[in-house]
Design a protein around this ligand. Sequence first.
Ligand code: ADP
Ligand code: 5GP
Length: 184
Amino acid sequence: MISGPSGVGKGTLRKALFGMITDLEYSISCTTRPSRKGEREGYDYRFVEPDLFRELKREGKFLEWAEVHGNLYGTLKKDVETSLALGKDIVLEIDVQGALQVKDIMPEAVLIFILPPSLGDLKDRLNRRGTEKGEDMRIRLDDARHEIELSARYDHSVVNDDLKTALESLKRIIGSYRQLEENQ
Ligand code: ADP
Ligand code: 5GP
């Protein structure tokens, strides 16, 4: 599981990682947040109405779910179970509340937290991305402090200062677990 404050570069790192390691699966979350320009249904997220999200929740379809920055997000059990049943590793890019829920259910899951070089850098990146404005941006920056505090409960943390260096660290961490699996 990969977590970190909004704008730290999780998506950027994950996409680069998938360009380098081709046999990883990605869990496509459900969310009630509106899609951003360029995001694709069923690729970036499954964009669902709040009513459908609540129904999926009631039916016990989520491995985990959480309200994050004012929207609902959840990982479908089916996606994770299918990958694991096929012996494939699956990456979840989810928030701290969700990641800690999954760790309780699956202690073997690996938690990786992506840290910004500073809160100032985080703000600059969110500004540059330009997908959130005003109140939405303020909420994401406010939430960042609490999220970073919870990083102490993660197995690993990676500072995303230089992108290439951070990507190498991420690759090394994932590779070390896969090596362990091979040796078992
Ligand atoms: P997240 O998925 O964590 O919300 P993104 O991957 O969307 O964050 O990245 C937020 C912005 O920061 C994007 O504009 C991205 O290009 C930029 N970014 C990502 N990594 C770095 C980095 N190491 N240095 C500078 N900018 C970065
Ligand atoms: P964004 O709206 O920027 O795509 O994501 C906001 C936050 O929601 C990020 O921290 C992201 O990791 C988290 N998130 C995305 N999908 C899920 C999910 O399925 N479950 C949980 N708990 N968080 C998610």
